[in-house]
Design a protein around this ligand. Structure first.
Ligand code: PRT
Ligand code: MG
Length: 218
């Protein structure tokens, strides 16, 4: 019997994917926030879940260590998307990728001058493409967390980060000066698994697509 492994990250992706999975009839046997298990069974004997870090989900699926998964568009752009089929926008984890600066930073002037900018971000690839398309020279500084601190400490002039409510920026005296793109989470699938496990995969993808449509209509 073919089995399916589904890679998910804890936190907002898991929480927001759960109702879609439930609508597709799939229920994890444990709560990953409570359990230390990294492989979690489900009510469907042939489906199990892998709990991995958000930025590792595309890697697991690309190499076939997981058959499918859920990843943010931000994460997929940094990964590059090689070896991944992306059949469905799940419309969860919605936010936007934006450029932010310290309140009072002369962003308009610096764009006009086309000068050098120091940019701190976790999203180096996306940031590089964005500034190069604007014809601006960006010195990129890779960070792994709390980008908001960079402009406050003089590490960078601007950051490229995700913004949802805007509360984090506000609390740190930062302002979004430019939107780069809207972000949401996508279903990603290993192309070989899609072929070899089509009988198991197709009904699950179809059920998730239906759940997304129903959620949108609600
Ligand atoms: O935590 P870890 O380093 O393991 O990974 P991660 O931080 O990438 O994972 P997680 O679970 O925090 O985020 C998973 C995915 O959720 C991301 O890849 C995005 O696609 C999506 N998502 C949606 C967000 C946000 N909204 C979001 N607001 N991810 C992060 N944020 C952060 C943002 O970086 C900023 O620090 O929340 C803060 C801003 O929020 P507001 O509401 O104050 O504007
Ligand atoms: Mg996080």
């Amino acid at each position: 019997m073919t089995t399916l492994t589904f890679a998910l990250s804890k936190g907002r992706i898991f929480d927001e994917t759960l109702p879609l999975l439930a609508a597709a009839g799939l229920h994890p046997a444990e709560d990953p926030e409570q359990s230390r298990k990294l492989i979690i069974g489900t009510n469907m004997a042939h489906v199990s879940m892998l709990i991995v870090r958000a930025s590792d989900v595309p890697t697991y699926v690309q190499y076939g260590a997981a058959d499918l998964g859920v990843a943010g568009r931000d994460v997929l752009l940094e990964h590059g998307g090689e070896g991944l089929y992306q059949p469905l926008d799940l419309e969860i984890g919605q936010c936007r990728m934006a450029v932010a600066t310290r309140r009072g930073f002369d962003w308009a002037g610096s764009v006009q001058r086309g000068g050098r900018l120091r940019v701190a971000t976790k999203y180096v690839r996306t940031a590089r493409e964005h500034f190069s398309a604007k014809g601006m020279h960006a010195d990129l500084i890779k960070l792994y967390g709390s980008m908001e601190l960079a402009p406050l400490t003089g590490l960078a002039d601007v950051i490229v980060d995700l913004v949802s409510s805007g509360n984090t920026l506000k609390a740190n005296d930062l302002v979004a000066v430019e939107d780069i793109m809207p972000i949401s989470s996508r279903l990603i699938v290993n192309p070989a698994a899609l072929k070899l496990k089509r009988d198991r995969m197709q009904p699950l993808i179809a059920a998730l697509a239906r759940a997304v449509r129903e959620r949108r209509a609600a």
